[in-house]
Write a protein that binds this ligand. Structure first.
Ligand SMILES: Cc1cc2nc3c(=O)[nH]c(=O)nc-3n(C[C@H](O)[C@H](O)[C@H](O)COP(=O)(O)O)c2cc1C
Ligand code: SF4
Length: 497
């Protein structure tokens, strides 16, 4: 099936038709007729909990660009992206981008690293962002800037684009095969895990010294923190029971509290997941078939996913997710960012898009279903945990109707903050335009072409090649267009967010 079967949101001219389309799909998501501007806008209202105050309801999700130096320092491209994040007018900057706490945990050879030699560069990123925010909006009041800390675990690729160096916690019957890992491939030992935990402590202390308001202990998208949560089959201190699978989080938090007592902590979580998907094969090389789940019938009850129903793992199950958010509350963590799935094995769950990246598959569902899935899970969690500050994800595919849905979601309490990812790569000023009541610049709206995902999979920096003039005109932009025209299967599977 090709994406032509799905209504292109960009062709819908009014809110009523959009709502009708949602109804046809059987989707319940809120959508306001009119978007308000100025002080009355629900999106302009500050939000406060546990001593944290955020000046409006827009958040910028972390998004890396594969554009750091080989030793993990930011470059001008990185700085430009952070500047754009500041210019957006959003008052919550959730982490900027994934920053590895150790070299071996980098997802690609250009991922940022937090270490003594990168400290000044990271400090400059934060300063640039804050200065740009002040200049664009007139004030930094209510601005909260975090840094996302990560170890890439199974998806580590620290040295070469074409050389995966996975660090795994357990053998996964489907994901090991994808990575070509034999049954003898070594697992991280409990001792290795303790060393990684110490690296998180050191990283958080440095983030605090640099001036970040909080650190995110990344627990999403298949990376190490997320893999702990599904380590049902792992033996030892960090696997098996819920208590053991969350020991990593608890020990990271405990150490951070000791070395950086004033630093806030947040967690970005893939709250729901699914089975890994593949393109349906139809014999024609280079053709992207529709995404289908890998066969799992022989693997029931399924013990290799977090937030999935063990008897039918293509469905979510929130039981342990609720236990996890309860734990966050008990640990005094107020900042939670809800995401889903993984860009490596089921990108349509994580990042609903009409056009797949070069090694992807055609959407198996209308991408609006993916948006609604994340919104509804976030809404259920927000209502269950009113004391948490909850950020929602996956709004970009709403395109022209993003402001209408964002406003309604904030007004009706579906999420405290509306997180934006791809949309700020193509159109960084969108939140500020909405808050100021300016008409949307339709030509800048992300249409989910996925070039920002395809580029890094071909060893190039990420960026919005189709819509951002800066990248459109670069040599890499031309190169990417050639790759897209040619064999679209030429992927090396390199890094992802
Ligand atoms: C180019 C790119 C890089 C990303 N990098 C990260 C990252 O570093 N950390 C993270 O948690 N998510 C990352 N993501 C996921 C986004 O934060 C976001 O969850 C996703 O794009 C869905 O939101 P959207 O629909 O607004 O784009 C990345 C996404 C893209 C497109
Ligand atoms: S390349 Fe640009 S238009 Fe395409 S998905 Fe990324 S941000 Fe959106």
């Amino acid at each position: 099936m090709s994406n032509h079967h799905f209504l292109h949101v960009g062709s819908v001219r009014d809110v009523e038709t959009f709502r009708l389309h949602l109804r046809k799909l059987g989707l319940t998501i809120p959508c306001d007729d009119e978007v308000l501007a100025g002080a009355d806008s629900p999106l302009a209202q500050p939000v406060e909990a546990g001593g944290i105050r955020i000046g409006n309801r827009f958040a910028i999700h972390p998004m890396e660009g594969w554009d750091g130096t080989a030793d993990g320092r930011p470059t001008e491209l990185t700085e430009r992206r952070w500047q754009n994040f500041g210019r957006s007018g959003a008052k919550l900057i959730w982490g900027g981008e994934a920053v590895a706490v150790r070299h071996d945990g980098r997802a690609n050879p250009n991922q940022l690293l937090i270490a003594r030699h990168t400290r000044d560069g990271l400090a400059r990123l934060r300063e640039t962002l804050v200065a740009e925010h002040r200049q664009a909006t007139g004030s930094t009041d209510g601005l909260l800037v975090g840094l996302q800390l990560t170890h890439s675990g199974r998806y580590s690729r620290p040295n070469r684009d074409d050389c995966a160096e996975p660090r795994i916690l357990y053998h996964h019957p489907l994901l090991d095969k994808r990575l070509g890992l034999p049954a003898t491939y070594p697992l991280l030992t409990d001792g290795d895990v303790r060393e990684i935990i110490e690296a998180f402590h050191a990283a958080a202390r440095m983030a605090d010294e640099i001036g970040f308001d909080f650190v995110d202990i990344k627990h999403c998208h298949g990376y190490l923190g997320h893999e702990f949560l599904s380590a049902y089959t792992r033996e030892g201190d960090y696997g098996g029971s819920f208590e053991n699978r969350t020991r990593f989080l608890r020990e990271v938090v405990e150490g951070i509290r000791a070395v950086a007592p004033g630093l806030r902590i947040g967690v970005r979580l893939s709250a729901v997941d699914s089975i890994p998907f593949n393109p349906q094969t139809n014999g024609s090389p280079g053709h992207h078939g529709k995404g289908v789940p890998e066969s799992f019938e022989a693997l029931l009850p399924y013990r290799w996913g977090f937030g999935v129903n063990a008897t039918n793992p293509v469905e979510p199950d929130l039981c342990e997710v609720i236990a996890f958010l309860t734990l966050l509350g008990d640990l005094g963590i107020r900042l939670v960012n809800i995401s889903a799935g993984s860009p490596y094995y089921n990108p349509h769950i994580q990042r609903p898009a009409l056009f797949p990246p070069s090694d992807g598959y055609q959407p198996p569902e209308d991408p609006l279903i993916g948006v609604a899935r994340q919104m509804q899970v976030t809404c259920r969690l927000k209502r269950r945990f009113p004391g948490l500050l909850v950020v929602g994800s996956a709004y970009t595919y709403l395109q022209d109707f993003l402001p209408n849905v964002a406003q309604a979601a904030a007004r009706e309490g579906w999420a405290d903050l509306i997180g934006l990812g791809r949309m700020v790569l193509s159109y960084p000023e969108l939140p500020w335009d909405v808050l100021q009541g300016r008409p949307l610049k339709r030509k800048r709206l992300c249409r989910t072409f996925s070039d920002c995902t395809t580029a890094p999979r071909n060893g190039m920096p990420s960026g919005c090649y189709p819509l951002d003039d800066f990248y459109k005109k670069t040599e890499t932009g031309v190169q990417l267009r050639q790759i897209k025209k040619g064999n679209r299967n030429g992927s090396n599977g390199s890094g992802e967010g």
